[in-house]
Design a protein around this ligand. Structure first.
Ligand code: KG4
Ligand code: ZN
Length: 334
């Protein structure tokens, strides 16, 4: 089954065609991130305007890359939330229009659940249930038990800033000017030869029995150091990254043990972080649990995993029932 998926939750305009939820036939992503560099943060209005401009060409592009026409596609899928309302509306309207004119069913997808499905594009035959998913993106940090397709159980999540948000805000505090500076901060951290700040930052909630996270205090602790001390940038970046990774890894591994899972699934933009990838792989292997980590291009936003999530959760809805919803949580129906 070929699914054509559309994703426009943030500043990307993305489309993809995926066969049977596992084989990417074509994918294309257009981004307006260069326009947000100047302001140091996303301007929703600009993102949405660019998406209006890119959406039709990007759909044409993936169909052409896949050597297909709309007629060859079996079903359509679209991200219905969470994300920026103006951006979501562009994708949802385009998908509904396609569904209407082609008479093909449309499957709405929760973007956060979508991130988990990036794993089926690379490890479909190695994933066994129950699995544990850590979704770490720009706006969300969630730990969920995946008992089967469509059978999610919420274990915990951030009570304040998401992991990616903490990376981005800290990057700004450290003078890293790039828009969404998380990846750049990580590069600076990787260049640190000796962490002279070791142990200076807290590991929030690391010993708490729950599976919740809190990252806003960490950012405040960095702010205090930046404002009051001479500091070495590489060391502070490294200490910050280690603090976030320590907490994410410790809680994920504890949840994996407690729930006796067969697989750990990583997803979301922050799973592109090398420190996190290495540490969680090491700990999962030590525990004897298969760890699935998508390649970097499937960690950041695109439409490939939206198509995969749609294949494995074919919750078709009538067009009237499909709505852009900026505030969907990971447990909410798309
Ligand atoms: O999933 P994503 O592409 O968009 C959302 O759905 O939010 O995640 C974007 C987030 C941003 O906060 C970005 O800074 C962060 O992922 N990110 C990273 C890295 N690459 C992307 N954070 C830490 N290290 C990285 N290498
Ligand atoms: Zn995302």
């Amino acid at each position: 089954m070929k699914i054509l998926a559309i994703e426009t939750s943030c500043d990307e305009t993305a489309a993809a065609v995926v066969e049977d939820g596992t084989e990417v036939l074509a994918s294309a992503v257009a981004s307006s991130s260069n326009l947000h560099e100047k302001t140091g943060g996303i301007v929703p209005e600009i993102a949405a305007r660019k998406q209006v401009e890119y959406i039709v060409p990007i759909i044409d592009e993936v169909l052409e890359k896949a050597g297909l026409t709309l007629e060859d596609v079996d079903k359509l899928a679209v991200t219905s939330g969470p994300g920026l309302i103006g951006s979501l509306v562009v994708g949802v309207s385009a998908a509904k229009t396609l569904s209407l004119v082609t008479d093909k069913p449309l499957i709405p997808v929760n973007h956060l659940v979508g991130h988990i499905y990036a794993n089926w594009l690379v490890n479909a035959d190695k994933i066994n249930f129950p699995a544990l998913a850590l979704v770490v993106s720009g706006g969300h940090t969630d730990l969920v038990l995946v008992r089967g397709h469509g059978e999610l159980e919420y274990l915990g999540g951030t009570v304040d800033d998401a992991a990616g948000e903490a990376f981005d805000k800290t990057a700004r505090l450290l003078g890293i000017k790039k828009y969404l500076g998380g990846a750049e901060l990580s590069k600076v951290a990787a260049s640190c030869k000796e962490n002279k700040m070791k142990g200076r930052l807290p590991r929030p909630k690391i010993k708490d029995e729950d599976f919740d996270f809190s990252f806003s205090g960490l950012k405040t602790a960095v702010k205090r150091i930046v404002e009051n001390e001479e500091f070495e940038l590489e060391s502070l970046a490294c200490e910050f990254e280690n603090a976030v990774v320590d907490v994410l890894v410790e809680k994920t591994i504890r949840a994996a043990k407690e729930h006796n899972v067969k697989t750990i699934l990583l997803g979301g933009g922050v799973s592109a972080n090398n420190n996190l990838r290495n540490r969680i792989s090491f700990e999962a292997e030590d525990l004897g649990v298969f760890i699935s980590i998508p390649p970097i291009e499937f960690c950041t936003d695109s439409a490939v995993y939206i198509a995969s999530a749609a294949y494995f959760n074919q919750n078709e809805k009538t067009l009237d029932d499909i709505k852009a919803d900026p505030s969907l949580g990971i447990m909410d129906e798309a």
